[in-house]
Structures are given as structure tokens and as C-alpha cells.
Design a protein around this ligand. Structure first.
Ligand SMILES: *Cc1c(COP(=O)(O)O)cnc(C)c1O
Length: 391
């Protein structure tokens, strides 16, 4: 491809895109597993992983085949009707999610999953207050944004939904003080993603869960990023032995095809009424077929175990890097962050120039969310390149 063609893609996007994204000057046109290729033919190791949507890898053979086959049967079918792919996915999710989660509402993104969760929590409890965690990220639609912590995202859009309160993440005492018998729900990520890859502690999650049960508050786990094998379990709640009343899912649910889901307990479901919440594209057969294939792949290939083992090895390699710039290496499974004592941006850029694509998470953290199919040698190279740029 000529240089002019590369320029025209970026020019067109810069000219006609709404302009709400930080973009890297890179035109990605193809992927395979944990590799990506740019329009000018350069190869990259992908540790962006679709920001968490590519757990099963690019051009996943199961997902590709399912999309092809389903496109020849039926792409769209609203929930006015029943559908075979949707029924199959419901059964699978009911089998895999925590025991308390018995029913599912399908939507199309993470923010939508969080929006619906809040509506369901209000109906189920008759209460309106929501407690969330500082540094939490739950999306950018008005309700989800009300739970998101970052003031830069929130303040320009105030007034937001009333009744939201943010307490320090992983602080059991303060969180319990804020959760009362007037609180509809507490929403939290098992590992905070966007704000810096921060796993919470067992004591915190179990303590909050017990306090929620005592006050009749619903526990909403936002597993949009941690779900589907990312942290070394199918769902991160399994690490902490907790049972949410509402479970938010999206990102890798359908192998990269846009889809979200809200898992709810039988008690929450009992309080919903017909048309309380709906979505035209929710539960469409194409996304459901992709999800069925993606989840089958995760189970066949034991992606959770792979994520656990590769993540442990990767983190131990990162911890061996002898650099005064590193404050901490932390994570769970293949959700990994390197916190620096300085801004991460320049190092993210240098890694890209060396053929490794990574994410930021807050100003000082380099975040790695590789597809879980990544080869061991590729991860070793990512660690080596990280050592080089930080050395
Ligand atoms: C990405 C993310 C969201 C929002 O998902 P979108 O699909 O971008 O709306 C919500 N919660 C968490 C934890 C996320 O990582």
C-alpha cells in the first residue's frame, strides 16, 4: 500500500470523525490471534486486545465460522420472537455465571449493561441511591457516567443522575458506612481497569457483600472488562468467592462482536414488568451466535487457565525489570498494569514504535490486555521490549 493511502484514512477520520478520541497514527487493517497488521504492512503484538473485547483473539476460527453461518440464516430477530441462538446463549450463561445469577437481559455495550443494571436495581428495591467506588469506570452514558469516578468525564455533563456517592475503593469500613437500608445498589469492578489495574481484596468484597445482604442493598459487579477469562477465571467474582445480585457483561462476550448482557438474580427478575427495559438489537442472532462460539472456544481451549498461567509468568518477568521508573507491577491473570513514577504516554509510544501495542490506564500506568491466545514467546518479547524502553 502506498503512503498516500495511509494518509487518506487518517485524514478522512480526522476530518469527519466527531473528534472525541485520542488516536494513534496507525491504520490497522488486519488481525490474527494476538497480532495486528497496519495498512503499510507492519506487524504488531497486540496488548490492547480491543480494550478487552478481543479475549479469544482476532480472526478467531470458532467466531468467524459462527458469524458466516449465522449470516446465512438470520442476522436480526428482535425479542418479540424467540430464537435458537439466543436460547442457547441463555442456557450457557446460566451455567457459567455465579449461582445467584439466573436470568439475563441482552444489550449491546458495557455502558448499556450498567444503565440497565441501575434501572433493575431501582425496580427491585424501590430505592434510588447508588454507592460506587472512587476510580471506578462504568461507561459514559448518563447513568453509567454518574457511577464513573473521573471528574473530567463527569463534570461537563452535570447535572447527572442524582443519588450517586463514591467511596474509596478497597476501603471496607467507609464503604459499609455509606451503604444503608436506603441504598439500592453498590456497584464495583473486581479489578479496576481504566483507572490503573487495581484488584480489590477478598476482605473488601466479602465484607461489602455481607453488608449489602444485611441492608437489602443489591451488589452489582461490573465484569465488563474482567469477565470471560481475563483474570484467570471465567469471571473474576470466583477469585473472591462472592455472588452478585446483578452482573454486568460486555466486551469479550461475543468474541469482538458488539454485545452486552445483564445477569440478574431470580429476586431481581421477579420485580420487573413487561417492557420495563427493551433494546431493538438486544439478543440479535448474529451476536448470540458469535457469543456461543466465543464461549465454546474459551471452554475448549481452557482460556481461563491459560490466562492465569501466562499472567503469572508475564508479571514475574515484568517484576524482574530493574528500572527506577517502575513503582509497581500488579494485576490478575492477563489483566496487567505497570505503574510508573512518571507519565506512561512516552513509553506507550516507544513500545508502539518497537512493534508492541499497549494501553494506558490513568496517567502513569501501562496496561496490557492481550488476547488470551497470545503465544508465550510473544509475551516474553513484550516483557523484553518493556524492559528496553524503561531501562
Ligand atoms: C469498558 C467498560 C465499560 C463500558 O463499556 P462500553 O462498551 O465502552 O460502553 C463499563 N465498565 C467497565 C468495567 C469497562 O471496562
Amino acid at each position: 500500500m502506498s503512503q498516500a493511502a495511509v494518509k487518506s484514512v487518517t485524514e478522512v477520520e480526522d476530518l469527519y470523525g466527531a473528534g472525541t478520541y485520542h488516536k494513534r497514527k496507525l491504520v490497522i487493517v488486519r488481525g490474527q490471534g494476538a497480532r495486528l497488521w497496519s495498512q503499510d504492512g507492519k506487524e504488531y503484538i497486540d496488548c490492547v486486545g480491543g480494550q478487552g473485547a478481543a479475549n479469544v483473539g482476532h480472526q478467531n476460527p470458532y467466531v468467524n465460522k459462527a458469524i458466516q453461518e449465522q449470516s446465512q440464516n438470520l442476522v436480526n430477530c428482535t425479542e418479540l420472537f424467540y430464537n435458537d441462538q439466543r436460547a442457547r446463549l441463555l442456557e450457557t450463561l446460566a451455567r457459567l455465571t455465579p449461582a445467584r445469577i439466573r436470568r439475563f437481559f441482552f444489550c449491546n455495550s458495557g455502558a448499556e449493561s450498567v444503565e440497565g443494571a441501575f434501572k433493575f436495581a431501582r425496580l427491585a428495591t424501590g430505592r434510588t441511591r447508588i454507592v460506587a467506588a472512587m476510580r471506578g469506570y462504568h461507561g459514559k452514558s448518563m447513568g453509567a457516567l454518574s457511577a464513573t469516578w473521573n471528574k473530567e468525564y463527569r463534570e461537563p455533563f452535570e447535572p447527572l443522575v442524582p443519588g450517586f456517592l463514591h467511596l474509596p475503593f478497597d476501603n471496607l469500613e467507609k464503604t459499609c458506612q455509606a451503604i444503608t437500608d436506603e441504598t439500592a445498589a453498590f456497584i464495583v469492578e473486581p479489578v479496576q481497569g481504566e483507572s490503573g489495574v487495581r484488584p480489590g481484596s477478598c476482605e473488601y468484597f466479602q465484607g461489602v457483600e455481607a453488608h449489602c445482604r444485611k441492608t437489602g442493598t443489591l451488589l452489582i459487579l461490573d465484569e465488563v472488562q474482567t469477565g470471560f477469562c481475563r483474570t484467570g477465571r471465567m469471571f473474576a467474582s470466583e477469585h473472591f468467592g462472592i455472588e452478585p445480585d446483578i452482573l454486568c457483561l460486555a466486551k469479550s462476550l461475543a468474541g469482538g462482536v458488539p454485545m452486552g448482557a445483564i445477569g440478574i438474580s431470580e429476586a431481581v427478575s421477579a420485580k420487573l414488568f413487561k417492557l420495563a427495559h427493551t433494546s431493538t438489537f438486544g439478543g440479535n442472532p448474529l451476536a448470540c451466535a458469535a457469543a456461543n462460539a466465543a464461549i465454546r472456544f474459551m471452554e475448549d481451549r481452557q482460556l481461563a487457565e491459560r490466562s492465569r498461567d501466562l499472567g503469572a509468568e508475564f508479571m514475574s518477568e515484568l517484576r524482574q525489570i530493574n528500572s527506577p521508573k517502575i513503582r509497581e507491577v500488579r494485576g490478575l491473570g492477563l489483566m496487567v498494569g505497570v505503574e510508573l513514577k512518571e507519565k506512561a504516554g512516552p513509553y506507550i509510544q516507544q513500545l508502539m514504535e518497537r512493534g508492541v501495542l499497549v494501553l494506558g490506564a490513568g496517567p502513569t500506568v501501562i496496561r496490557y490486555l492481550p488476547p488470551l491466545v497470545i503465544e508465550c514467546d510473544d509475551l516474553k518479547r513484550v516483557a523484553a521490549e518493556t524492559a528496553r524502553v524503561l531501562g
